[in-house]
Design a protein around this ligand. Sequence first.
Ligand code: NAD
Ligand code: AHE
Ligand code: ZN
Length: 370
Amino acid sequence: MQTRAALAVGAGKPLEVTTVNLEGPKAFEVLVEIKATGVCHTDEFTLSGADPEGLFPAILGHEGAGVVVEVGPGVTSLKPGDHVIPLYTPECRQCEYCLNPKTNLCQSIRSTQGQGLMPDGTPRFSTLDGDPILHYMGTSTFSNFTVVPEIALAKIREDAPFDKVCYIGCGVTTGIGAVINTAKVEIGSKAIVFGLGGIGLNVLQGLRLAGADMIVGVDLNPSKVPMAERFGMTHFVNPAEVEGDLVAYLVNLTKGGADYTFDATGNVKVMRTALECAHKGWGESIIIGVAPAGAEISTRPFQLVTGRSWRGTAFGGARGRTDVPKIVDWYMDGKIEIDPMITHTMPLDDINKAFDLMHAGESIRSVVIY
Ligand code: NAD
Ligand code: AHE
Ligand code: ZN
């Protein structure tokens, strides 16, 4: 078949909205009509050329929701008409990783997924001239139709609106999951969140759910404050307005350091600050942000010797096929909010505007509606 898609032709170049070929689903694969997709900072990171795994030409996008159109041979858990959210962290429930309760990082298709290929080592997308086009994060939701492995699809309830729950495909789950699954924040904790964008706001609402007492938000862009307060931030710090050392300022504000800190910026200097303003003896710092190729974190080992720990989280530690339907329920039951964070919507033809808005710091989430 043919489908409209936004093609990433090369690093730093705008996406080209065009018609591409899409082969049908092979064994254990599913053809999905994407109804809506969010644009995450990680899409921008890969498009910019900063991603060491970034490959072109490819169809980006990993925050989608849609409907199953056709299933390939061997698919048993899904049927045409089912509503689904594609998962860049699949859940095969069989591999060594899925069987270990300490991780959500299913590895059963990670190597082909990282090469932009389906599990059989070939792509389903091609140009109208027949040249191969690579997949991205196993999802490629910047295409109206996409083919996804069965193990990388979460089945969700049919009354959930696609243009909102697509955000659960990355940002919502990542932010809330970092608090609930990874940090396991306790009632009454003090926390600091660096970066109040599409991920950081969801960390805030996760902290509110977990019953944190003090929730400090740190961002260079003060226009993020009203939304952050709406999602639970109790104190705001703009590093550009702090005189002297930011770590000392934050340690003083939290009366000794935070129990939990979260980086949602992707900036390795911020990651160091986040570690060092965690409380001596027990503070945990969780890295969510994705840093560019070649970037490295550093700190004095003494920071760890004296009881702080540095951890990371992918997709908020969530096991997608199990957890994503539950998070959709939380949204539908009013336990979490999504709508205010979707600040912009646009048709696929205007997808490059989503990147412009992100660069200008004007959007929280832009959602493309097909
Ligand atoms: P975003 O652009 O919406 O938000 C980033 C925020 O960080 C912005 O508000 C910006 O003003 C702020 N910021 C930038 N530099 C700062 C600094 N030096 N100090 C304080 N604030 C600063 O991006 P997003 O979609 O929220 O994504 C955030 C990060 O999380 C990205 O690196 C993204 O790639 C990563 N991410 C990781 C996962 C995961 O599973 N680990 C999932 C999704 C996104
Ligand atoms: N390709 C990058 C790493 C990117 C990365 O860390 N991705 C996160 C999800 S970000 C979603 O917005 C992730 O899940 N990582 C686990 C994995 O297996 O990729 C690089 O640096 O090479
Ligand atoms: Zn993302």
